[in-house]
Design a protein around this ligand. Structure first.
Ligand code: 5AD
Length: 438
């Protein structure tokens, strides 16, 4: 059997894409290997969201070029958003590249490319890429009980910092029947949790005929899976957190009590320059409506610090928003200028030092908030899906996640990955909980 070494950078959509790549190539006779030296094909699934992710890819390519000198039969390819954005320009810079494929449905064309000429073809424009999932091979999933389910690709928002519309293209939704067939198959295979994926997952369905709202899809999935599966979804755009979606989250038993709702910034001036299409007040109103419907809902967010023109005062508004919302967890990023995006050309770029200081301040504040919140959960009982066995570093015997998506470690009980248990929260820290089985 031929051997494939597959390396993944970036978002959950990329993790899902890599499982699709492994599935497609399994049908072509490839099995996965950890060792690059013995690979017949090395594929790097790239990310373009920030510059750092790209630099890592370029340095890896240098390493793999040396392997190819020793083994000229080895093929090397790039998939994902960097490949899509740079296209055949990459071939000029790295002449030994054998294959280039963009993200999403482009994956299903990799076998033709492997059989075709060794020179990479010109990449089709993302708009031409229609999802081709229905008759495609099953993804080769990493977990036996948790699965990604891609429900849409691309994004129609044009946030001024973001490269995604230029790499993953405009929004396209999979037909609900197609998604339900995949979920039913996962149910039959014994999966316990699914995460519905899309760049703006809750914008799902706008281009479908007949129109299907995201909340309609959630209802149909809930009717199918009942209490057999937990259902998560990510990432949501605040503009599409509509009353019907809030009602679905509040009433459907399978939907977990967690929403990831990227805010990006707390200052209206910055939000407008980012083209987020909401004000701080509008965002807070949506959060309020969600919390009225599901009082104990967990909330997480993404933040960008040091967006062009962000003043110290603007940044203070982001901190005050963190204090006001009291998220359960956040992801904070230093602004990174991306090719093709409007903000990259804004003249008032923020210094590296200011970004470093701001990210530390934001993360420190969040740690304090989360610590307080998590200590406050001690004594409550939560449903946990066990995901991993013993972890010596954490001195734990098992690790899982609560429905609110919090990491929880156990130290006495021997629990089996894939099991769902009722746990008492025994201790709370900034980034995890410790649990006991009562
Ligand atoms: N610089 C820094 N962070 C970014 N993100 C998207 N684009 C950039 C950028 N140019 C962050 C946003 C988004 C998350 C996936 O990545 O916070 O929600």
């Amino acid at each position: 059997m031929a051997k494939l070494k597959l390396i993944t950078f970036g978002c959950q959509a990329n993790e899902a894409d890599s499982e699709k790549i492994a599935g497609v190539l399994a049908q072509e006779g490839f099995e996965l290997t950890e060792m690059a030296e013995e690979a017949d094909l090395i594929l790097i699934n790239t990310c373009s969201i920030r510059e750092k992710a790209e630099q890592k890819v370029y340095s890896l390519l240098g390493t793999f070029q040396r392997l190819k000198v020793q083994n000229p039969r080895m093929k090397i390819g790039l998939c994902g958003c960097l490949a899509q954005r740079e296209g055949t320009r990459l071939k000029d810079r790295f002449p030994y590249l054998d294959l280039l494929a963009g993200p999403g449905a482009m994956i299903y064309r990799i076998p033709e490319m492997l059989r075709g000429s060794p020179a990479p073809p010109v990449l089709p424009r993302p708009k031409e890429l229609l999802p081709l999932y229905i008759h495609s091979p099953r993804p080769r999933r990493e977990s036996l009980f948790k699965a990604w389910v891609s429900i849409m690709e691309g994004c129609n928002y044009l946030c001024t910092f973001c490269v995604v519309p230029y790499t993953r293209g405009p929004e396209r939704s999979r037909p609900p029947e197609d998604i339900l067939a995949e979920v039913e198959d996962l149910l039959k295979q014994g999966y316990r949790e699914i995460t519905l994926l899309g760049q703006t997952v809750n914008a799902y369905g706008k281009n479908l005929k007949p129109r299907t709202r995201f909340s309609d899809l959630l209802r149909a999935i809930d009717a199918l899976v009942g209490r057999e599966m937990r259902v998560r979804f990510t990432s949501s755009h605040p503009r599409d957190l509509t009353p019907d979606l809030i009602e679905a989250v509040a009433t459907l038993k399978s939907i977990c009590e967690h929403v990831h709702l990227p805010v990006q910034a707390g200052s209206d001036r910055v939000l407008a320059r980012m083209r987020r299409l909401y004000t701080r007040q509008q965002y807070l109103e949506r959060v309020g409506a969600l919390r009225r419907a599901v009082p104990d809902i967990a909330l997480s967010t993404d933040l960008i610090v040091g967006f062009p023109g962000e003043s110290e005062e603007d940044f203070q508004e982001t901190l005050s928003l963190l204090r006001q919302v009291r998220y359960d967890s956040i992801f904070a990023f230093k602004y990174s200028a991306r090719p093709l995006t409007p903000a990259a050309t804004y003249p008032d770029q923020v210094s590296g030092e200011a970004k470093t200081e701001r990210i530390h301040t934001a993360l420190q504040l969040q740690d304090d908030i989360a610590l307080e919140k998590n200590r406050g959960r001690v004594g409550t009982i939560e449903e946990v899906l066990i995901e991993e066995g013993p972890n010596p570093k954490m001195q734990s015997t098992a690790t899982g996640r609560t429905r609110r998506n919090q990491l929880i470690h156990f130290s006495q009980e021997s629990l089996v990955p894939g099991d769902t248990v009722s746990a008492v929260i025994a201790e709370g820290y900034s980034h995890y909980l410790k649990g006991k089985i009562p």
